[in-house]
Design a protein around this ligand. Structure first.
Ligand SMILES: NC(=O)c1ccc[n+]([C@@H]2O[C@H](COP(=O)([O-])OP(=O)(O)OC[C@H]3O[C@@H](n4cnc5c(N)ncnc54)[C@H](OP(=O)(O)O)[C@@H]3O)[C@@H](O)[C@H]2O)c1
Length: 153
């Protein structure tokens, strides 16, 4: 099993503000949807609640939500109370690649625990004012495989 992060990051590492995405990038959203289709997506409770109601749970994906709230319930989702518990859920799944889809706290915890094998990073070539950041990563210890360039969306 491969555990991957998928994220879009501004030049100053901002990923969100007021529990929302700051940008509207249709091509990147399509990339996210296509890449994670038919997989397991793991997310923090705040990220889950940031998804517009009509789009959640994300369709054709097993949605795993991490929260410390033991009575949290989200229809059609698997709710777990720790990172370790989310891994136990994955042990029963045969998918080859699972995706950690944020937000900031959850990216940081998976990276700190050394659980991430691969990252799909959209680098947005702008600075944004935000309150949620992607953690610092020592990219020198990562191998860059595919780099795609896009015109402004
Ligand atoms: N740019 C991107 O690609 C991207 C992707 C995803 C999200 N985002 C943005 O990121 C922001 C949300 O990120 P965030 O950092 O505020 O929140 P988050 O990581 O989505 O969720 C944080 C919540 O996860 C739960 N949690 C965290 N660590 C835990 C642990 N060890 N055990 C159990 N539960 C744990 C807690 O839930 P409880 O409080 O319920 O206990 C915590 O409040 C939004 O602005 C969103 O739009 C951006």
């Amino acid at each position: 099993m491969i555990i991957s992060i998928i994220v879009a990051i501004s030049k100053n590492q901002v990923i969100g503000k007021n529990n929302q995405l700051i940008w509207h990038l249709p091509k990147d959203m399509k990339f996210f949807m296509d890449t994670t289709m038919d997989t397991v997506v793991i997310m923090g409770r705040k990220n889950y609640e940031s998804i517009p109601k009509k789009y959640r749970p994300l369709n054709n994906r097993k949605n795993v939500i991490i929260t410390r709230n033991k009575s949290y319930n989200a229809e059609g989702c698997t709710v777990v109370n720790s990172i370790d518990e989310s891994l136990k859920v994955l042990n029963n799944i045969e998918n080859k690649e699972v995706f950690v889809i944020g937000g900031g706290e959850i990216y940081k915890k998976f990276l700190e625990k050394g659980l991430i094998d691969r990252m799909y990073i959209t680098h947005i070539d702008e600075y944004f004012d935000g309150d949620t950041f992607f953690p610092d990563v020592n990219y020198e210890s990562w191998k860059s495989s595919d780099i795609l360039y896009h015109s402004k969306d």
